[in-house]
Design a protein around this ligand. Sequence first.
Ligand code: PLP
Length: 409
Amino acid sequence: MAKLNPNYDKLIAGYLFPEIKKRVQMFMESNPERKVHKLGIGDTTEPIPPTIIKGLRNGVEKLGSRDTYTGYGDELGDKRLRESISEFYWERRINIDIDEIFVSDGAKPDIGNIQSIFSIDSIIAVQDPTYPVYVDTNVITGRTGNYNQEKNGYEGIIYMQCNEENGFFSPPPKNHADIIYLCSPNNPTGNVATYAQLAEFINYALKHKSVIIFDAAYSEFIRDQNLPHSIYEIENAKKCAIEIHSFSKIAGFTGVRLGWTIVPKDLVLEDGIPGKANSLWKRRQTTFFNGASNIAQEGGISALTPEGRKKCKILADYYLENAKLIKHVLEAKGLKVYGGVNAPYLWVKGPKGIKSWDFFEKLLNECSVVVTPGVGFGPSGEGYVRFSAFGHREDIIEAVKSIQENLNV
Ligand code: PLP
């Protein structure tokens, strides 16, 4: 008899967004005259800049002619795109060889798939709160125990608490972890790790022979010159860190699908030799993956030209301006607001110690604004909600106005 993977039954997430949807639906049915403002989802809304559309179109056109048609491409990614990604890093004086770059169909698949090169008994550590994919993919793979209701977390996972006291970036864990997930700029807190904070993790990883999986999907929102965009800006990071990146938030490619992963040849794992992790990932990709879409890759090449980069910056600035408007109104209400300056997310503490779901209900009932309850991102998210700054400006302005007029703090 074919048996299903029992680890799927351990998952409790998948509960968060359906629950939000259910509550919003109920609210809309009881209040048909009210317009709901959705600031819950982290999806891009603004059109892809014309110069990048030209690249995508070029990719399509090439398929229509015998002279330029291409079928299967290099599983590791078009060489021209990998060269552009290498130059993207070189702007920060980071030397990444094109053999260390693996083009993908987005960061999320790579976050899940990268685990296949690690031993099943690896101990994992995540920031708490965290992007749920790091946790859920490990649950499905079988690296965790069951969900513990009291702890509001899975047995076997090290949760690194990120809270007001540590500025939403925890120091490395006291115990041993094999795989450490870090996300900066952070989803959901909007916090960006400093050079010193990342250096501490690199020292930990070198000492413990651990690996850091660094998710840099939001790096292009950083405006503060004193904050690192890539973990490889820190000395020795290539010995212990894998970086995962995406065109989703850089260029509005959430639907186009394109990303990349860096597996340095210097990376050394406990039982490995330099280059082994790189060659395992190459083996994994050439076995399970047939390369990213050639059309998407043409778009990616355009996005990384100087003109494309300029337009992408304007796109990120647009969302950051949205974040500024949201931050302003919430602070004027006397709320504590974190993030939203170098990231498209704002992490907002509920008034008078109310819980995440109660704050969610309050914003929905009083202001018709939908956010994401912080507790859905991990136990330390209790008491907070996440505002997303992705949205059309006119919708953000309406939401902000509603908060200003109706939120009773
Ligand atoms: N990493 C983080 C932290 C995210 O918030 C998201 C999407 O919201 C992703 C990765 C997914 O990126 P992609 O669209 O490239 O799969």
